[in-house]
Design a protein around this ligand. Structure first.
Ligand code: AMP
Length: 550
C-alpha cells in the first residue's frame, strides 16, 4: 500500500471477512451473527494473519450503536417509555442486583476482592444494546409490547451503567487508599451525574423537540434528498456525540433521544429508511469488533470459571428477568421474550472491565472471562432466542397451524402481508365470505389481523414452515401483497413447490420486478404505479368530460 491506512484496512477487512463468514453461516443455517463473530476472531490479534486495529474497530462499532438506538428511538414516543416504566425500572434494577450478586459469588470463589467481584458482577448484569435490538428487529418485535418492555429495560440498564462508570474511579480510590475520604466521597459525583442526565433530558425535551423537527422540515422544503439524508445523520450522530461529550451520558442514550424526538414528526419513516443501510453495515462491524477481542486460549486456561460465567449470563440473568416479569403480572410470552433478550452481555461490560482493569482493581482473568463470556453468549443468543421464541409461541398457541381447525378439505386463500394493501384485500374477501389466512411478518400487524377477525400466522412467508402453517397445501390461491417484487417471486416459487398449480397474484413496484415475476410464470402481476396511472387517467378523463359538458 502506498501509505498507512489503518481505518480503511479495518473497515475493508471487517466487512469482507464478515460478508464471507455471514454467507457461510447462512448456508449452514445458523445466525449470520455467529459468522460475523468468527470473522472478528479471524481479523483479531489472537489468530495468525492480518490484524485489524481493535481501537478503530471499537469506534466504528460505536457508530453502529448510535444508529441502532436512533432507529429504535424513531419508533418510540415518550408515552411508550412512560407506559413501560412500571415494569422496566424495578425489573432492570432487581435483575442487575441478581446478576451482580451471582458474579460476586463467583468472584469470591475465585478469591478476588470485594470491589473486583462487584465490577465483575455488574459487567455480567448489563445486556448489549446491539444484540438485543438485532434480535428484536429480526423478529419484528420492536414495536410490540414485549419489545417495548425490553427496550425500556435496556434504557434503565444504560442509565445505571452511566452512574456506575462515574462511580467506579471513586470506589477504586477508596479501595486502594482506605485513608481517603471514604464513602462520603460518593455523594458528590452521584449528584453531579444525576444533574447532568436530568439536564440532558430537559434540554432534549424542551429545546431539541422544537429545533430538530423545525430543521428537518426546512431541509425537506429544499427538495434535496441528499441534504435530507445528511440532516438525519447529522442529527443522530451530532446529538449522540454532543450529549456524550457535554453531559457524559452514553452515545446510545443521546441517539435514542434524538430518534424519539424525530419520531414524533411525520418524517420519521423517511428518516428511518435513510439510515437503514448505514446502520446495518455498522452493526455488522460491531460484531466483528467483539470477535476481535476473543482469545480462544481462555477456553483452555479457565474452562470452569468460563462455564460458570456463561451460565450466569444465559441462565441466571434470564431466570431473574423471567421471574420479575411474571411476578409483575405479564403473560408468559412477554416474560420469555424479555428474558431471552437479556441473556447476553456486550459493549458496556467491555467498558466496565477495561476501566476496572485500568484502575488496578480488577484482575486480568476477570477481563478475559468477561470478553470470552460476551462472545460465547452473543454466539449462543440467536439460538437461545429462537428456542425461547418458539416455546413462547407454543405457550401462546400463536403459531398453531391456523387452518387446523377448519376441515382438511376446506379451500382458502393465503394472503401475504397485512399492510396498506393486504388489509383492504382481507376486508373485501371477508365481506364475500371467502375463507382466508394471513401471513404477516410484523407481529403487531398479525395481532391486528386477528382482532379484525382473520386467521393469521406471524412469520416471513419466505420460510417454508410459515407457508405450511398457513395451510398452503390446501389453499386455492396465494395473494402476495408485499412491496418487494423479488421476495414475492421467491415466495411464489416456494409455494408452488408445496402446492403445484396454486393460483398466484403478486404485487410489484417496478418494471424490472414485473418482468422477473412474469418470467417465473406468474401471469397475474399488479404493479401499483400502473394501476395508479390508469385510475388517475380515468378520473381525469371523466373530469374533463364533465368540464366539457358544463
Ligand atoms: P404495505 O406496503 O403497507 O401494504 O405493507 C406490506 C406488509 O407486508 C408489511 O406489513 C410487511 O410487514 C409485510 N411483509 C413484507 N414482506 C413480508 C414477508 N416476506 N412475509 C410476510 N410479511 C411480509
Amino acid at each position: 500500500m502506498p501509505h498507512y491506512t489503518p481505518l480503511i484496512a479495518t473497515v475493508v477487512a471487517g466487512l469482507v471477512a464478515a460478508f464471507f463468514m455471514g454467507a457461510l453461516a447462512m448456508r449452514l443455517r445458523v445466525s449470520p451473527i455467529a459468522g460475523y463473530l468468527v470473522a472478528g476472531v479471524m481479523v483479531g490479534p489472537f489468530t495468525p494473519g492480518f490484524v485489524a486495529d481493535p481501537n478503530l474497530a471499537n469506534e466504528l462499532a460505536e457508530i453502529g450503536v448510535i444508529l441502532l438506538m436512533f432507529g429504535v428511538g424513531l419508533h418510540f414516543s415518550v408515552k411508550d417509555l412512560m407506559a413501560v416504566r412500571r415494569i422496566a425500572v424495578p425489573g432492570a434494577v432487581v435483575q442487575i442486583a441478581t446478576a451482580t450478586v451471582l458474579g460476586m459469588a463467583l468472584a469470591w470463589l475465585m478469591g478476588w476482592g470485594l470491589l473486583s467481584g462487584f465490577i465483575f458482577g455488574l459487567a455480567l448484569s448489563v445486556a448489549s444494546t446491539v444484540v438485543l435490538l438485532r434480535a428484536l428487529q429480526v423478529r419484528d418485535l420492536v414495536e410490540t409490547e414485549r419489545g417495548r418492555i425490553a427496550v425500556g429495560w435496556l434504557i434503565v440498564e444504560d442509565l445505571v451503567m452511566v452512574l456506575a462508570l462515574v462511580l467506579l474511579p471513586v470506589l477504586a480510590g477508596i479501595a486502594l487508599d482506605p485513608q481517603s475520604e471514604g464513602l462520603s466521597a460518593i455523594g458528590w459525583p452521584v449528584l453531579v451525574t444525576i444533574l447532568k442526565v436530568s439536564g440532558f433530558v430537559a434540554l432534549m425535551l424542551l429545546v431539541g423537540r422544537r429545533i430538530i423537527p423545525w430543521a428537518l422540515h426546512w431541509v425537506v422544503h429544499t427538495g434535496s434528498r441528499e441534504l435530507f439524508r445528511l440532516a438525519v445523520l447529522a442529527i443522530a450522530l451530532g446529538v449522540a456525540a454532543g450529549s456524550a461529550f457535554i453531559f457524559d451520558v452514553s452515545f446510545a442514550l443521546g441517539a435514542f433521544f434524538a430518534g424519539m424526538i424525530l419520531g414524533e414528526t411525520p418524517l420519521s419513516r423517511r428518516a428511518a429508511e435513510e439510515t437503514l443501510p448505514l446502520r446495518d453495515a455498522f452493526a455488522v462491524l460491531f460484531f466483528v469488533s467483539v470477535g476481535m477481542l476473543f482469545d480462544p486460549m481462555v477456553i483452555l486456561r479457565q474452562p470452569l470459571p468460563l462455564l460458570a460465567t456463561v451460565t450466569i449470563i444465559t441462565v441466571g440473568k434470564s431466570l431473574a428477568a423471567y421471574a420479575i416479569v411474571r411476578v409483575s403480572g405479564y403473560p408468559r410470552e412477554t416474560a420469555m421474550t424479555v428474558a431471552a433478550s437479556l441473556a447476553q452481555i456486550g459493549e458496556f461490560s467491555f467498558i466496565l472491565v477495561t476501566l476496572g482493569f485500568g484502575l488496578g482493581v480488577l484482575p486480568s482473568e476477570a477481563r478475559d472471562l468477561i470478553l470470552a463470556g460476551a462472545i460465547i453468549s452473543i454466539f449462543l443468543h440467536p439460538f437461545l432466542f429462537s428456542y425461547i421464541a418458539h416455546r413462547a409461541r407454543e405457550a401462546a398457541k400463536v403459531d398453531a397451524p391456523p387452518v387446523a381447525a377448519p376441515s382438511a378439505t376446506l379451500v382458502h386463500v393465503v394472503l401475504v402481508g397485512y399492510g396498506r394493501v393486504g388489509r383492504l384485500i382481507a376486508k373485501a374477501l371477508r365481506e364475500r365470505n371467502k375463507p382466508l389466512v394471513v401471513i404477516e411478518s410484523n407481529a403487531e400487524l398479525t395481532d391486528a389481523a386477528r382482532r379484525d377477525g382473520h386467521e393469521a400466522v406471524t412469520g416471513n412467508a419466505l420460510d417454508r414452515r410459515v407457508l405450511e402453517a398457513a395451510g398452503i397445501d390446501r389453499a386455492t390461491s396465494l395473494l402476495i401483497a408485499i412491496p418487494e417484487g423479488f421476495d414475492a417471486g421467491a415466495i411464489a416459487q416456494k409455494a408452488r413447490a408445496l402446492r403445484p398449480g396454486i393460483g398466484i397474484v403478486a404485487r410489484a413496484h417496478s418494471d424490472g420486478e414485473v418482468d422477473h415475476l412474469i418470467k417465473l410464470g406468474i401471469g397475474d402481476v399488479v404493479m401499483g404505479e400502473r394501476e395508479l396511472a390508469a385510475r388517475m387517467l380515468e378520473l381525469a378523463l371523466r373530469g374533463n368530460m364533465q368540464a366539457q359538458s358544463i
